[in-house]
Structure formats: structure tokens, C-alpha cells
Design a protein around this ligand. Structure first.
Ligand SMILES: C[S@@+](CC[C@H](N)C(=O)[O-])C[C@H]1O[C@@H](n2cnc3c(N)ncnc32)[C@H](O)[C@@H]1O
Length: 617
């Protein structure tokens, strides 16, 4: 249960109806239900500090959790942001995947011998893992967006600006939502990102798509917001007339012979069409292998135009951490929030390389998410005993269970991607009784309703008992009991020895064996699928006995044996096998060890899919 609900909007002046402020312009299915969620407020959960990187005097935050809950936390703490950039899932119908790279095994001597050579990227064995789903129906998406935008607005300072990155799928709808939420008087621009060099197929009967739209609004135009004009270099310098303002009128400057004075202009003011490469420059270290990652150049413009040094920049759908990274490089403070573990890890490691200081925080919303909600949803379905797909049922039901006495039992499972469905309250039960059950076949005797959060079990049971419009039995089940089974730790065999070699005296932890059933299961699944689909001979991915190639990151905590993590020594193995030691890139392959000056108390290992397990040393 949330600790409490935080109002989306400031307390109204006495006598003023809060929701009366919002007259819906855009009518779509479910639009009215949003007001109920808004009335309830944003769920505030406990926040747990996972790690502090550096001293973090600026209070930079990397938050794992949902946008709305992160906003509740900020609002409760009275934190206001000066600039927001969000690039939310687009309702594009796509399922994004993460490329997972098997690392080089340090025990393979040949690999060590090649240490000085560049590794052929083709050699890398990568497989894909579903990262987050982006499949919605439009109405649901707009409801969800509305709540998120309302939550974000509630933590923006009066002088703040917001940029919402979208594309043709829903950009036009969200513009109307934005007008409604921020007021059309606070609309500034549509910025078009023109990714001119995207590769296009010639098969479709359409002009190749090469733009995204970014909606730019300010919180309150009259309050005075930050805006700096930006310039860029022209492709070719052009001759321009020199002019001055005389009595408020523009006038060409003339020389003593009365001829207009010209000059060569090498720069132009940046307008609202931004021509920025989609392909990440090969000489830059930008790409971090995150699907949908945006270029830093885009964020440099947004942050440069709409913030000053020291201001607080937030991205609530932070992904690869591009906003946080650019913000810190430009001397701004930042908040990065994302629901997926891969985003948090990618951002943490990306910021670490730059020596940035920040806290890693986790919202304890009662859901033990298995890396990301899509995977958790997939996993849950396989963990509910007997649950099978049932095509004859309405999409409200996740599937059904067969019972020898009761026959088919439809099962409702809340969608973890949709915060409004996580809480079982009388509104949802009402929907079950009056909409979902009446749609079922008359032979159905019982339904099962899973929940993550419940307002009050007693209240809900009383509500069901008092409603005599159905004879179908409604069983309530806590989904968290299922989720508890989802996370199984990895297994590691290691030794810790006091060592001194050359200038180093300290401790060396050697990893002898690493077994990750979770990754091995995925690889097996991948091999089987690839084998079935492959037209030519397929080389299955094979993992060695000691399994060290499944390790992506190791960290030693020499400070505390429990609680918040202190990364006193860390090694990241990049996809080519090179070691990044304490944020510093090296040209060495990993040798199967990690060292620290002080005696380690705990060891953390992250596998190549992103699961982290901690052992006492
Ligand atoms: C399009 S990606 C953002 C990419 C990012 N701009 C970048 O350049 O890397 C959208 C992100 O939103 C995250 N996400 C989805 N639903 C969310 C929610 N309710 N709260 C916070 N993050 C969410 C996904 O995990 C994903 O990383």
C-alpha cells in the first residue's frame, strides 16, 4: 500500500472545485475515469536508497520506479524542477529489445593473448531480451499520459519548461492534452527533430519518415521562464546585409558612398527544425546499447535553451540516461527516473564513467519487478498455476483456470505497466461486477481477481457481499505472493585473499564459477528459437563450465555488510571484453578477479541480462 496519496494539483483555494479547473476537450473512451485517479492523488511509496556514488552534494537522483510515484516523492519533499524533458513510450506498437552480449571468458588463454588486438564485433555472441513493451490502445495511452503529465506539472516550478518527445502516432493527441493541462497560452513551439540520415527501405508507398515532434510548453508564460537563443554553423557562409535599428525601425547600414554594407555570416539562429544525426557518431562514446536512445546533441539544445547552470533538469522516462548525462556535463543538476532496471544500470554506469555524483533510489511500490514490467508480466503468467489463454474471454481477463467442479474460472491480472490498474478498490470491483462478469458466459460460476495493492480487503469483501447483482463467486488473491517466486539469485564460487604484487597491497577476490539459471534459460530459449527459424546451419550459443562469460559487472563493498551499497571497487566488462575499472576505461581484458585496498565485506555481481546478486565475503 502507498504510504498516502499526494494531490496532483495544489490544494484549491477554499470553495473552488479542484477538478472543475479541467474541462475535457478531447473526448475518448475512459477519459472520464481519469478524474477519479486524479481525485485520489499520486501514490506515495517508501523510497529506499540503493547506493550513493560520490558525495552528491547537488542531490542528483537516479530513481527506479514509475513517473507518477517519483513525482509524488518529489512533491512530498517540496522538490521543484526547472526543466523537464520526457520521451515516453510512443504507443508505437513495438516491443523493444536489449542486445545481450556474452562476454569473453577470462579463463580462455587465447582471449588474453589477443588483449592488444581489436576484437571483431561479429565475433560477439548477442541475443535479444525483451526490455519494455510499447503496445497500448490509444485510449488507455491517453489516460495514462494525462495522469503522468498532471503529475509532472505538479512538481514543475512556476518558471519551468517542459519538452515532450513524440512522433506521428500520438503527437497530435498529446498536443491537445498538453493544451488542456498547461493551457494553450503556455504553448511555445513544436520542435521537429529531422533525422536526415536514417536508412529507409524503398518498398513502402510513402515518403520515408524522418521526423519526431517535440512539444515545448512552459508552466506559466507570465512568470518569466528561461530561454536562450541558440545558433549553429551554416553549411556555407552567406553574404548578409548589415542593419541597425533606428527609432524602432530596421534600416540597412550604408557606407560613405551610400552602398549597403554586407558581411559574411557563418552562423544561423536555430529554428524549430533540428537537423541532428540519428546515427551516433562513431568517434563518440555515446551509444550505450539502449533501444530508443536519443542523441546527446538533441538534449544539448533543449538544456542549453531552457535552463541555466545549477538548475534542476528532470527526465521521468530516462532510458539510457541521456538527459542526466548531458545535464551534468552542462553544469545542471538532474533527476533520472525509469521503471526498468536496465535503464537504471545503464545510466548508473554511464554517469560513473564521467565521474558524476548521484544517489540511486528505488521506489518500494510493493511490486518486486523482475528487471522490467514486461518480463514480470510474462513471468507472472507462467507462475499462476494452471493459467491458460482463453480466446473466448474478453481482454479484461488474462486467461482462465480449469476446475473439475466449477469448470472455467476467468482470471484477472492487473497490468504492471498501468499504474491505475495496480490498486484494487471499489471502482475496479464495481467494474468486475457490473461490466466484466455480465459479459461472461452464463455457465461461469467463479472468477479470480489478482491484486497488487488493495485499499482495504475488508472493505472490498463487504462491498462484494453487499452487491447482489451477481451470483458469480469472486475470489481475491494477492499477486505479490506469486511475484515472490520470480526472483532467484545467481550462484557464484569465489575466494578472497590478501595479496601484494608490485605496488598493490590489498585484497583480491577471484571468481571461480558463476551460474545463472536465469541467463542460461534465456540462452536455451534463444538457441531453440534460432535453430527452428534459421535457414542455414546455426551455431548455438554455448556457455563454458565456469560461466564467467555471463558476468557484466562486479563491485566490492568494503564499508558496510548490509543496507545501502558502497561501490568501493568496481569492474565493468564492456561488450568487447575490456575492463572499465572504477569508471576508467582500460585496454585490458578481465582476468576473473576484482581487487580492493580495504577488506571487502560484500560482493555484488550483475549478469549480462542485468540481474544483480549480493554475497557476503
Ligand atoms: C523511449 S524510452 C526513453 C529513451 C530515452 N529518451 C533515451 O534517450 O535513452 C522510454 C522509457 O520509458 C520507460 N518507462 C515506461 N513506462 C514508464 C513509467 N510509467 N514510468 C517511468 N518510466 C517508464 C521505459 O522503461 C523506457 O526506458
Amino acid at each position: 500500500m502507498p504510504i498516502k496519496y499526494v494531490p496532483f494539483i495544489p490544494e484549491p483555494v477554499e470553495g473552488q472545485a479542484v477538478l472543475g479547473n479541467f474541462s475535457r476537450i478531447l473526448r475518448y473512451k475512459g477519459a472520464d475515469e481519469v478524474s477519479m485517479t486524479l481525485q485520489r492523488g499520486m501514490p506515495l511509496y517508501e523510497m529506499e536508497k540503493q547506493e550513493t556514488v560520490g558525495k552528491n552534494a547537488d542531490g542528483n537522483m537516479v530513481i527506479r520506479g514509475e513517473c507518477i510515484s517519483a513525482c509524488a516523492y518529489l512533491k512530498e519533499r517540496g522538490i521543484q524542477v526547472d526543466l523537464v524533458y520526457i520521451d515516453p513510450p510512443f504507443a508505437s506498437g513495438a516491443d523493444y529489445a536489449k542486445q545481450v552480449y556474452i562476454r569473453r571468458n577470462p579463463k580462455v588463454a587465447e582471449a588474453i593473448a589477443q588483449a592488444e588486438q581489436e576484437v571483431d564485433i561479429e565475433e560477439l555472441k548477442a541475443f535479444e531480451e525483451k526490455m519494455y513493451g510499447d503496445v497500448w490502445d490509444k485510449e488507455k495511452y491517453l489516460n495514462w499520459m494525462y495522469e503522468n503529465l498532471m503529475a509532472i506539472k505538479s512538481i514543475m516550478s512556476e518558471t519551468a519548461s517542459i519538452y515532450v518527445h513524440l512522433d506521428f502516432h500520438v503527437g497530435h493527441y498529446v498536443k491537445i492534452l498538453m493544451d488542456e493541462i498547461f493551457g494553450d497560452e503556455n504553448y511555445q513551439n513544436d520542435v521537429y527533430w529531422y533525422y536526415y540520415n536514417k536508412l529507409h527501405g524503398a518498398t513502402k508507398k510513402v515518403f520515408p519518415r524522418a521526423t519526431d515532434m517535440i512539444l515545448y510548453y512552459v508552466k506559466n508564460r507570465d512568470a518569466g521562464f528561461t530561454f536562450h537563443h541558440l545558433t549553429e554553423e551554416r553549411d556555407k557562409p552567406i553574404k548578409k546585409l548589415k542593419y541597425s535599428f533606428v527609432n524602432g525601425h530596421i534600416q540597412n547600414d550604408k557606407d560613405e558612398n551610400g552602398k549597403s554594407i554586407t558581411y559574411l555570416s557563418t552562423e544561423r539562429q536555430i529554428d524549430n527544425v533540428w537537423k541532428i544525426s540519428m546515427l551516433q557518431p562513431a568517434d563518440k562514446e555515446e551509444p550505450v546499447g539502449y533501444a530508443t536512445q536519443k542523441p546527446e546533441a538533441l538534449l544539448e539544445r533543449i538544456i542549453g535553451a531552457s535552463s541555466d547552470q545549477g538548475m534542476l533538469v528532470a527526465d521521468f522516462f530516462g532510458g539510457s540516461g541521456v538527459t542526466a548525462n548531458v545535464a551534468q556535463k552542462m553544469g545542471r543538476r538532474f533527476i533520472h527516473c525509469d521503471i526498468g532496471v536496465n535503464s537504471i544500470q545503464t545510466t548508473r554506469d554511464r554517469l560513473r564513467v564521467n565521474g558524476t555524483e548521484f544517489d540511486v533510489l528505488e521506489i518500494k511500490d510493493g511490486v518486486q519487478l523482475y528487471r522490467n514490467p514486461v518480463q514480470t508480466m510474462d513471468k507472472i503468467k507462467s507462475l499462476i498455476p494452471g493459467l491458460r489463454n482463453e480466446d473466448s474471454l474478453d481482454s479484461f481477463w488474462e486467461g482462465a483456470i480449469s476446475d473439475s467442479k466449477l469448470g472455467t474460472i476467468p482470471v484477472y491480472v492487473p497490468n504492471l505497466m498501468d499504474s491505475s490498474s495496480k490498486l484494487l478498490d471499489t471502482v475496479l470491483v464495481n467494474r468486475v461486477i457490473h461490466q466484466a462478469i455480465p459479459e461472461l458466459d452464463s455457465s461461469i460460476k467463479k472468477v479470480i481477481v489478482y491484486y497488487i495493492d488493495i485499499t482495504s480487503e475488508e472493505e472490498i469483501r463487504k462491498f462484494i457481499a453487499q452487491d447482489d447483482s451477481t451470483t458469480v463467486e469472486i475470489e481475491l488473491r494477492d499477486l505479490k505472493t506469486v511475484l515472490d517466486d520470480v526472483v532467484i539469485g545467481d550462484h557464484a564460487e569465489f575466494r578472497c585473499e590478501q595479496t601484494s604484487e608490485g605496488l598493490f597491497t590489498g585484497y583480491t577476490v577471484t571468481i571461480d564459477r558463476f551460474i545463472s539459471d536465469r541467463v542460461l534459460g534465456k540462452i536455451m530459449e534463444y538457441n531453440q528459437k534460432a535453430m527452428l527459424n534459421s535457414k542455414k546451419a546455426f551455431n548455438p550459443i554455448e556457455i563454458s563450465e565456469d560461466g564467467l562469460e555471463l558476468i557484466e559487472f562486479l563491485s566490492l563493498d568494503c564499508t558496510a555488510a548490509e543496507g545501502e551499497w558502497h561501490s568501493d571497487s568496481e569492474i565493468k566488462i564492456d561488450k568487447l571484453g575490456y575492463v572499465i575499472r572504477n569508471g576508467q576505461k582500460t585496454k585490458f581484458f578481465w582476468d576473473g578477479t576484482i581487487q580492493s585496498d580495504k577488506q571487502p565485506k560484500r560482493l555484488k555481481i550483475r549478469n549480462i541480462c542485468g540481474d544483480e546478486t549480493i554475497w557476503e565475503v
